[in-house]
Design a binder for this molecule. Sequence first.
Ligand code: DGL
Length: 264
Amino acid sequence: MTEQPIGVMDSGLGGLSVWQALIQCLPEENFIYLGDSGFCPYGSKSAAEILPRVTHIVDFLEEKGCKAIVVACNAITAASIDFLRQHYPIPFIGMEPAIKPASVHTRTRAVGVLATERTLQGRLFATTRSKYAQGIRVVAIAGNGLVEQVEVLDFDGDATMDLLRRYLRPMLTENIDHLVLGCTHYPFLAASIRRIVGDGVCIVNPAPAVARHTLSVLEQMQIRHPPNGSVGRSIFYTTGDTEKMKHMLSFIQAADREVTPVRL
Ligand code: DGL
């Protein structure tokens, strides 16, 4: 059981930011990544549209023998994590908007959240906000169009920078000192975001916390690969353009990986 891979799923390339954190935290584990770039973006779609896609992806990962699945997508987590936990026997680790750490550390009492529509409309966002951000001004803005820019690997072109300025300026006007990245595609825009917000704003990427949580779930369930100095293997699948995923992998210094196309 411990040798079995961990599935990592996303609407596209964004979940690779979570995979990076996972291999740091759990280097000995094997991973199977599936990005549904052929149907991306999810963030503007309804839960009813997302759910059948998610079911296909999870069935695929289960057939590959995954012992656990990291839902490396805030929109999928918002739309379907309860459903997945009810219908499949393996553990699911979801994304959570990192409002808690941002609210604990803010000095200006104002935090920004950049996420997709689907995530901002979800119950998880509402409950996390009311639980951890009492008395804090939460400036939540939907980053419409940003996922598409990341999918075409445009991290800092004019169109991307224009969108980022449009979404981030109102947050700066509200004097935020923390910016929560509520979409796993957005860490690839971190350098561009930094250029706009300057050094005074802490950019919070929840991926390392999700990786630590994955570790604790595996330990709790006694399915963690023993950390014995070995290095696990990662396999990548996409429903979209394999070349784009390869480019993204080379951007994150994982250039030598094979990407296999899949139809779901
Ligand atoms: N990476 C996904 C997320 O974290 C993007 C959703 C989308 O495809 O719009 O929400």
